[in-house]
Design a protein around this ligand. Structure first.
Ligand SMILES: [Zn+2]
Length: 390
């Protein structure tokens, strides 16, 4: 009798899919760098990028891998070769097995941001398979549908099969304003960009893909369709995140992997705040440039700045960033008090060490079901919000 009862419960669970595990996504705080972990319902894992060199970011990644119960990285995607994305790879490869590498091919920049990286990477992929991604390729993580949509500054053209809105004209292209990208580091638009789907749930990660290339991807027709969760391209700095991209994708939730003083550009917030259907912005960090006007309520922010800095910025808001300053520098008039400005200036520029904090950090976790519903959790305060299936 008991056996029959248990069997009935097991069958019911199978039939109605109640036991189906979600896709779990861990957006990690790399202080304005990038690393995001995707764990499939099958248990297979994909990590995109490894943060900056040094122990801080790798320790944070390992802490998340442990929390997620991940024992090996099945697919390691290197979006491009900048220090804030691949800096942690060498150290990480010593701490967890990596089974497969994916990248966009050779770097287009002769100067390496992480000295000796290419040689070290070649040694790694001699021991594990390596795939050079092309738009339209699939990354075969069991239980997920992962499509390469950008790589080596090439974009997917064919509308994605079964994707809502894919192949339709993108109304947000009409107002597209091209930008002078002479100062943009050329490896950024080379970024491997992915759409990751678990059934009806869809999320996009374009790494540091840039503004003018977003037009190539999204105009005049949108090959991707709509997504549920959008990782703000390029940390939310003003070299990416055009309305043509964001409004075309129509995300319900945006997650910004900004640092305290990197990202959070006025143009990024503007595109998000005017995006039809956007329900919430979550951030890995409180944003110095976002100030009082643009930072979301604290429950949506995983890591805060110290109280004095927040108080100073609220009382003496910095001038909004303009394109050309790279979204990194403080405006001159209305700048915060001297101590804050000095700290901020020391934390700007490229590469690691943009200020922020050391030691462990909180992350944002998304759990997504195949029916399209998902929850987002801030591990700092335990705040969770559910977004129902549509
Ligand atoms: Zn970056």
């Amino acid at each position: 009798m008991l056996k029959t009862g248990l069997l009935a419960v097991a069958l019911a669970t199978l039939c109605f899919g109640q036991a189906k595990k979600p896709l779990d996504i861990y957006f990690m705080d790399m202080e304005g760098g990038h690393s995001t972990l995707y764990v499939s319902p099958s248990g297979q894992s994909m990590l995109i990028d490894t943060g900056s060199p040094g122990d801080r970011d790798v320790d944070r990644i390992v802490a998340v891998l442990e929390a997620a119960g991940v024992k090996q990285i099945d697919y390691m995607v290197l979006s491009h070769y900048h220090g804030d994305h691949v800096g942690g790879l060498e150290a990480l490869a010593k701490r967890i097995p990596i089974k497969h590498y994916v990248d966009h091919g050779a770097s287009v920049e002769p100067r390496e941001q992480v000295a000796g990286f290419q040689k070290m990477y070649a040694d790694l992929y001699e021991k594990a398979p390596r795939t050079i991604a092309k738009p339209g390729d699939k990354i075969p993580v069991a239980g997920l549908d992962i499509t390469v949509v950008t790589s080596a500054n090439q974009v997917i053209k064919k509308p994605m099969a079964g994707a809502p809105g894919a192949g339709k004209p993108n109304a947000a292209c009409a107002d597209f304003q091209p930008r002078d990208e002479a100062r943009v580091d050329p490896d950024n638009p080379q970024s491997v960009g992915l759409v990751i789907a678990n059934g009806k749930f869809r999320t996009i990660n374009l790494a540091d893909f840039t503004w003018n290339s977003e037009k190539d991807l999204m105009c005049p027709n949108n090959p991707i369709g709509t997504v549920d969760v959008y990782l703000t391209s390029h940390h939310g700095i003003d070299q990416s995140g055009s309305p043509a991209l964001v409004h075309g994708l129509r995300p319900r939730v945006a997650i910004m992997h900004n640092g305290t003083r990197k990202g959070g550009a006025a143009s990024t917030y503007s595109a998000l705040h005017t995006s039809p259907g956007l329900e919430d912005i979550w951030q890995l960090h409180w944003s110095w440039t976002g100030g009082l006007e643009n930072n979301p309520a604290g429950v949506f922010i995983a890591n805060l700045d110290d109280k004095e800095t927040i108080a100073n910025v609220i009382q003496n808001p910095p001038t909004p960033m303009q394109f050309g300053t790279g979204g990194r520098g403080p405006g001159a008039p209305g700048a915060p008090p001297a101590a804050t400005t000095a700290t901020a200036a020391a934390g700007m520029g490229r590469g690691p060490g943009r200020g922020g904090h050391t030691g462990p950090a909180f992350w944002i976790k998304v759990s997504a079901q195949a029916d399209g519903s998902f929850t987002v959790t801030n591990t700092r305060n335990g705040f969770t919000k559910s977004y129902g299936a549509k």
